[in-house]
Design a protein around this ligand. Structure first.
Ligand code: NAD
Ligand code: LMR
Length: 345
């Protein structure tokens, strides 16, 4: 009797450990990924790295900054999740950070203070992004690159031109991260209509600055109705949400925690796409021919090679079509400014 019971227990134990080891095998086959964060010690970089450390599909998390990364890495490395965390500081250590990276997320650069536009950050951030992009093009040219550093409407063209110069450009692998606009649109619309925020999805297209941010409320899922002044007010709240945070922080920077959340959401979708998950759709600012400017944010179907299919502008209301027309001159200027800068870098 006792012997029979013992056999039953040991059979169950073997079956359980086999199941566990097959789960481990599939994890390592599909999700054994290295993610690098450039600007990892900053207001966005630290919470973003914390969120990425929680993804069991990340097995290496490499943190780069010009300051404090040994401390940030030591701190995160005590968390009991699989990712091995390494800290890299200063230009001499960037190669080790980037080698073998599957995904690079870049929140390096200065944030706005009240009264500034994102374009006012160009003079400082353009050279930071160009320098870091050059390092990525050298050390991990085929990694997915997600750029958070502002002004995104110019920094994505800068990175793209730097990759072109290095002869390694693949437009399907460079993304301007605009996910915070979608996260905000979801939060504001759910709040206004008393909806369950976890079920809502509002595409946001265009770019990532003021009038170039275009929430497509007509395609909100589930369907919502906003008309006239209420539609205009909701659109403007989403467009000005970054400024709302800059004003509230009163000189202490711009959105960091919500951006870390949005950046992690985007990085996790890239990891899912790399692992072969089907139907992964995110909006991002990419090289594109959907509008009369060479970069535009739209919904993208993501796959193991990056952008698998650009889902285009899709159906827009007359109001949204007008917003697209209105944003083109500003986008054109910001893109050209980035390209011109990169040409002389
Ligand atoms: P922050 O000043 O808190 O952090 C920036 C970090 O970048 C710092 O740790 C700094 O040391 C580092 N850094 C500076 N130069 C560097 C270099 N050459 N190499 C590596 N690291 C470098 O700023 P933050 O609040 O984290 O914002 C970072 C950027 O993200 C800003 O440009 C901000 O405008 C932008 N941002 C974008 C979005 C978006 O939706 N895309 C949202 C929020 C903020
Ligand atoms: C945001 O949208 O919060 C960021 O682009 C930061 C900023 O300067 O507004």
């Amino acid at each position: 009797m006792f012997f029979k019971a013992l056999c039953r227990i040991s059979k169950q134990t073997v079956a359980k450990s086999l199941a566990q080891s097959s789960r481990c095998l599939s994890l390592s086959a599909t999700n054994n990924k290295k993610v690098a964060v450039l600007g990892a010690s900053g207001g966005i970089g630290q919470p973003l790295s914390l969120l990425l450390k929680q993804n069991p599909g990340v097995t290496e998390l490499a943190l780069y900054d010009i300051m404090h990364t040994p401390g940030v890495a030591a701190d995160l490395s005590h968390i009991d999740t699989p990712a091995k965390v390494t800290g890299h500081m200063g230009e001499d250590e960037i190669a080790d950070c980037l080698k073998g990276a599957d995904i690079v997320i870049m929140p390096a650069g200065v944030p706005r203070k009240p009264g500034m536009t994102r374009d006012d950050l160009f003079n400082t951030n353009a050279s930071i992004v160009a320098g870091l992009s050059k390092a990525c093009a050298t050390h991990c040219p085929s990694a997915f690159l997600g750029i958070i550093s502002n002004p995104v409407n110019s920094t994505v063209p800068i990175a793209s031109e730097i990759y072109k110069k290095a002869g390694v450009y693949n437009p399907n692998r460079i993304f301007g991260i605009t996910s915070l606009d979608i996260v905000r649109a979801n939060a504001f619309i759910a709040e206004a209509r008393g909806l369950n925020v976890s079920t809502i999805n509002v595409p946001v297209i265009g770019g990532h600055a003021g009038i170039t941010i275009i929430p497509v409320i007509s395609r909100c899922s589930p369907k919502v109705s906003f008309e006239g002044d209420e539609l205009k007010a909701m659109t403007e709240r989403i467009q000005d949400a970054g400024t709302e945070v800059v004003k509230a922080k009163d000189g202490a920077g711009s959105a960091t925690l919500s951006m870390a959340y949005a950046g992690a959401r985007f990085a996790n979708s890239l990891l899912d796409a790399l692992a072969g998950k089907e139907g992964v759709v995110e909006c991002a600012f990419v090289r594109s021919d959907v509008a009369s400017v060479p970069y535009f944010s739209t919904q993208l179907l993501l796959g193991p090679e990056g952008v698998e299919k650009n889902l285009g502008l899709g159906e827009l209301s007359d109001y949204e079509k007008q917003l697209v027309d209105n944003c083109i001159p500003e986008l054109e200027k910001s893109i050209a400014k980035g390209e011109k800068f990169a040409a002389s870098f």
